[in-house]
Design a protein. Structure first.
Length: 248
């Protein structure tokens, strides 16, 4: 049985931690705006039926024009995001076609999604909720002020990534519940967990970097050069030059 899903690409953040006037997802990574890297990835996946891009106010026309010019035919619409990330996700989910039973949520700040997307999709189809994550390898400290209180046992700790895929009705209910309870969640799995559901983990990739600060750009550029072969068929509009952090 062929399983398909819709994708909500969350590109509505303001990039405050990056310290940029332009939201980070629109800064160029090796000649191409950051958000387009993952968008090309999803365009190339047979299991992805359609994509909704959620953007900051004022960026709707730009994204619509760029995706049309690049013939990213799976992009259904570009919609304005909300105040919180979870608001933007909820808006994006409602903008998908009603016949998309599974919905994948991805942060545009992660330009290199793992290659085992089908494994994640099958896990979500079987269980209703699944996410990429990797085991925590750093030693973790609980800190107050500048003083260490304790070392945290990392044995059962995993770092959550995106994409995360859910049954559409489950995610919609979870996001509505979070909104009604005035509960802020930092990822969509947390909203589902608050409903008493335990999402399934699928091992992701440590190359699935979230570009958050200016220091992340050189790492992202290095990975872009290393991973280009995985994108070469869909990145034919990409600039050939690569190097140097964006001006912010």
């Amino acid at each position: 049985m062929n399983v398909e899903c819709g994708i909500v690409l969350v590109a509505a953040g303001q990039g405050q931690r990056m310290g940029s006037v332009i939201p980070k997802q629109f800064l160029p990574l090796c000649g191409m705006p950051l958000y387009l890297w993952s968008l090309h990835y999803f365009q190339a996946l047979p299991a992805v039926r359609e994509i909704v891009v959620v953007v900051p106010a004022g960026y709707e026309r730009r994204v619509a024009e760029e995706t049309a010019q690049l013939r990213l035919s799976k992009v259904r619409s570009c919609v304005r995001g909300g105040e919180l990330r979870q608001d933007s996700v909820e808006i994006g989910v409602h903008a998908l076609s009603s016949d998309c039973p599974l919905v994948g949520i991805h942060d545009a700040a992660r330009p290199f999604p793992p290659q085992n997307f089908d494994e994640l999709l099958q896990a979500a189809f079987a269980t209703g909720a699944a996410l990429f994550a990797v085991p925590v390898t750093d030693t973790l400290k609980r800190v107050t002020g500048e003083a260490v209180e304790a070392t945290v046992d990392r044995t059962s700790l995993w770092a959550a990534q995106t994409p995360q895929i859910f049954r559409r009705d489950l995610l919609a209910a979870a996001l509505a519940h979070a909104r009604e309870q005035k509960c802020t969640v930092t990822d969509d799995a947390a909203a589902v967990e608050a409903m008493g559901i335990h999402p399934q983990i699928v091992v992701g990739s440590r190359w699935n970097l979230k570009v958050t600060t200016h220091e992340d750009w050189p790492v992202a550029e290095f990975l872009a050069q290393k991973l280009e072969r995985f994108f070469v068929q869909s990145l034919n509009a990409r600039d050939s030059s690569c190097g140097g952090s964006p001006s912010i």
